[in-house]
Ligand binder design. Sequence first.
Ligand code: DSN
Length: 422
Amino acid sequence: MDYDTVREIDPAVADALSGEVDRQNDTLAMIASENHVSEAVLEAQSSELTNKYAEGYPGERYYGGCEFADDVEQLAIDRAKELWGAEHVNVQPHSGSQANMGVYLAMLDPGDKILSLDLTHGGHLSHGHPANFAGQVYEVEQYEVDEETGYVDYEGLAELAEEFDPDIIVSGYSAYPREVDFERIQETADAVDAYHLADIAHITGLVAAGVHQSPVGVADFVTGSTHKTIRSGRGGIIMCDEEHADDIDSAVFPGSQGGPLMHNVAGKAVGFKEALEPSFEDYAEQTVENAKALADQLQSRGLELVSGGTDNHLVLIDLRPSHPDTAGKEVEEALEEAGIVLNANTVPGETRSAFNPSGIRAGTPALTTRGFDEAACREVADLIADVVDAPEDEAVIAEVSEAVDELTDAHPLYDDEEPLYE
Ligand code: DSN
């Protein structure tokens, strides 16, 4: 997009928008939660539906003029049901956090108990961090990963559940490189008579494509975001059995949101249609293969990975064993200077601070969308390792930057010539 129309009215914003296109074209997006959506999703998301208020649900709106909003939302719902096999789907949450809020509001009273994974072990703010509404409204206890293995400590979780007697157990994580055993967590939830919320924000696409086990039909509630590995319009989603449908719908609207962002719902519908194509399964498989190649090459360069590898779309490097004097933020900043954008991240047993932690999280969803294969990801792993070894060396940064330019030139993004993906 050239943003000519915006430029006529508002050159400052047009500059920023064009700058962002160039930034995405010229850098490697390795923040594990990010992706690049198709031109069709972009177009739907910037449609005139942004003008429409559509409080309510398809066929039951509070305002008139909702016939096309109804069409779009029903398409998004039907496609989501087909993708994930859920009985009931709500596509209105504005984000993954809003989706989690919808479930809490529907099923819990203030002061009820949430048992979730600690943020520094890979959990998410909306699972009950004290700085988030979930930590302020509910009583929260947190389970952890085993610091030796990096895997969820399922036994510790079961023991803690017995002790704490939660009303809801949250599974699904933001910085966890291994397959989640949703059935095992469900057994624990059953044993203590708690609900189970599986937040698959990061792995929505992997689950839809069948390359990660699905919690749908296992957990009581499944939430997610819709713009990460599933690569559709930005926002959130809630899935559940028919039994809880009315409670969930009322908790989203009017419980916690007003008018749905119908332009985003249109982007979700289009992205879900794309994800129903057989090629999406190839994309999801390649995303995981790419992460494995990245992991393998990082390890061969002497870097330590939490859990020793990955089963999904991300790797988590613990810098402490190999580079005890180098902190995550320093590496994040040096890599960004070289054109590789990822984030510093806490690691299990964190000894630094949340703002300048000891780890780096890197994901392959966006690179895979861009056409990177295992060989290209191994090359990227070498570039990352070069910078980790010498984050202050400007000559190294310059060399890596040149290699990034070659990679981005070889894998054009939004280039007006070819669609990003078919
Ligand atoms: N900000 C997202 C992530 O990076 O994992 C989670 O919401």
